[in-house]
Design a protein around this ligand. Structure first.
Ligand code: XMP
Length: 504
């Protein structure tokens, strides 16, 4: 594999993803990982990532002893290049001019740029620069502000780029990473089919003749996992889908129709009575989340006891959750984001987590290969607590029923108008507000619902979606015409921040 040593750049994960998109398996290890740890990955090449430090800081992170002496090719990116240069006897200094943003290379050449023609725009973000070249190295790219923008030592196969080839703002950056793959002689065999074959083998080896329990949420990760496990161990798998009664219209049936024909031994449980009675009279959003989390565990344990005993619990943990990287993420807890599916630590199972090495895009790709219908594969994210956090205040079966019908009109409208895939998430909110309307000759006094649609990359920030007025007009009249409990529809035009995506 290609091993990326992470020195704390926000872009490190992108490097791994780009290599994988180019067909080469790659892993991320902490920049200071011991040599033995690196060798365990059988590296055919190394990348030293960027990072926030300066190489001349006293506690600047360094690769472990012996790493730079490995005979495989090494590519340093930004901080990584400065480190390579300094370690080989070159000089790094605070640049006269900080370079940030797009810069056009004034010249380029060498192994990394092989086959690249035309202009080359590079994404820069640095205040240090290499000012003296180490022996054996030559400059292979420059910009106006940074004479030493890329370096190479053909003999030792050491390469450095000051810019970030992994980001989209370096449009031809992928070509560089691809050239590095060739320099390493890495095999491009990381294809969806290969991933599936490998995972199936791994699961069989781990599980043997044991029985496996999996909780299904209806999302792409757990659905895909059920298909993989069914392929690997057949009916040794029991997949349990708990319908908490807070799902979208027809969702349970959709999951059943998608998974059962593909051989998943799926148990679905209507637990709506249990959840709705536990939620009765509770209006506080965090209290609702806690109750749902607690009831979910109860329901899941009950089903596990009914269909068990089980030896293994399968979970859809993804690579971004397990990367041991430099620089932790310390985000403030705005909402508890209790994931329904979050299970207690003391369950008596061994874990199988086949997706531990995969990125979300890779899961989507193997989902297609395993036959998961497109409607589930490309589905918007849906929160674990479901419609409970879209019904402001206390939740009743009647309110769920109203919101399900509103939501269904909105979402199927988005699909019909070809707008679904252009939005990252879309939802309807049932407010406790009544407003006056007129229907025929009669005064009405009914519910206000809000529609919200956002564009986003990861849900951390979001823009309200500029949906066409004609579309909003069409869904608004469908809603008030078909859902008699509703007399007014509004559209949410707030971005995140300051608002969150959900209303609770
Ligand atoms: P917010 O509302 O925080 O939402 O902007 C960001 C993303 O997280 C989802 N979300 C949740 N998902 N349990 C979940 O599993 C929760 O309690 C929860 N609250 C919000 C939300 O749907 C959006 O995709």
């Amino acid at each position: 594999s290609l091993v990326i040593l992470d020195f704390g750049s926000q872009y490190t994960r992108l490097i791994a993803r780009r290599f994988r998109e180019l067909g080469v398996y790659s892993v991320i290890l902490p920049g200071t990982a011991p040599l033995e740890r690196i060798l365990r990955e059988a590296p055919v090449g190394l990348v030293l990532s960027g990072g926030p430090s300066s190489v001349y800081d006293t506690n600047a992170p360094k690769p472990a002893d012996g790493v730079l002496d490995l005979s495989v090719p090494i590519l340093g990116v930004c901080y990584g290049m400065q480190f390579l240069a300094q370690a080989a006897g070159g000089k790094v200094e605070r640049a006269g001019k900080r370079e940030y943003g797009k810069a056009e290379l004034t010249s380029f050449g060498g192994d990394l740029f092989a086959g690249v023609t035309g202009e080359f725009v590079a994404w820069m973000s640095h205040s240090d620069s290499v000012t003296d070249l180490p022996r054996g190295y030559e400059v292979v790219a420059s910009t106006d502000d940074t004479p030493v923008t890329a370096i190479e030592n053909k003999e030792t196969r050491r390469y450095g780029v000051q810019f970030h080839p992994e980001v989209v703002h370096t449009p031809k950056g992928t070509a560089l990473l691809s050239n590095f793959i060739d320099v390493c002689g890495a095999k491009r065999d990381w294809t969806p089919q290969h991933i599936v074959d490998e995972l199936v083998e791994d699961v069989r080896a781990t599980v043997g003749s044991g029985k496996v329990l999996l909780g299904i949420s209806g999302g792409v990760d757990s659905s895909t996992l059920s298909l993989l496990l069914a392929r690997a161990v057949g009916d040794q798998l029991t997949a349990v889908f708990i319908d908490h009664g807070l799902l979208r219209l027809g969702e349970r049936e959709q999951v059943e129709h998608a998974l059962r024909p593909l051989g998943v031994n799926l148990v679905t449980v209507d637990a709506s009575e249990q959840f709705l009675s536990a939620l009765a009279g509770v209006g506080d959003p965090e209290a609702k989340r806690k109750i749902i989390g607690r009831e979910f565990i109860r329901a899941f344990e009950r089903e596990a006891a009914t269909y068990g005993p089980f030896d293994f619990l399968a979970q859809g943990t993804l690579y971004p959750d397990v990367i041991e990287s430099a620089g932790g993420e310390g985000a403030a807890n705005i909402k508890s984001h209790h994931n329904v599916g979050g299970l207690p630590d003391d369950l008596q199972f061994k874990l199988v987590e086949p997706f531990r090495t995969l990125f979300k895009d890779e899961v989507r790709e193997i989902a297609a290969l395993l036959g998961l219908p497109e409607a589930i594969r490309t589905r918007h994210p849906f929160p674990g607590p479901g419609l409970a956090i879209r019904i402001l205040g206390d939740v009743t079966r009647e309110k769920v029923d109203i919101l399900q019908r509103v939501d269904d009109i909105f979402i199927s409208g988005l699909r019909e108008f070809g707008l679904y895939d252009a939005t990252w998430q879309a939802l309807a909110v049932l407010t406790p507000i009544q407003s006056v309307g007129v229907m025929g000759d009669e005064r009405t006094y009914k519910n206000l619902v809000a529609l919200r649609a956002v564009t986003s990359v990861d849900g951390m920030t979001a823009e309200w979606a500029r949906l066409p007025h004609d579309f909003l007009d069409a869904v608004s009249s469908r809603i008030v015409n078909h859902v008699h409990e509703v007399s007014r529809v509004v559209y949410d035009v707030t971005s995140k921040p300051p608002a969150t995506i959900e209303w609770e």
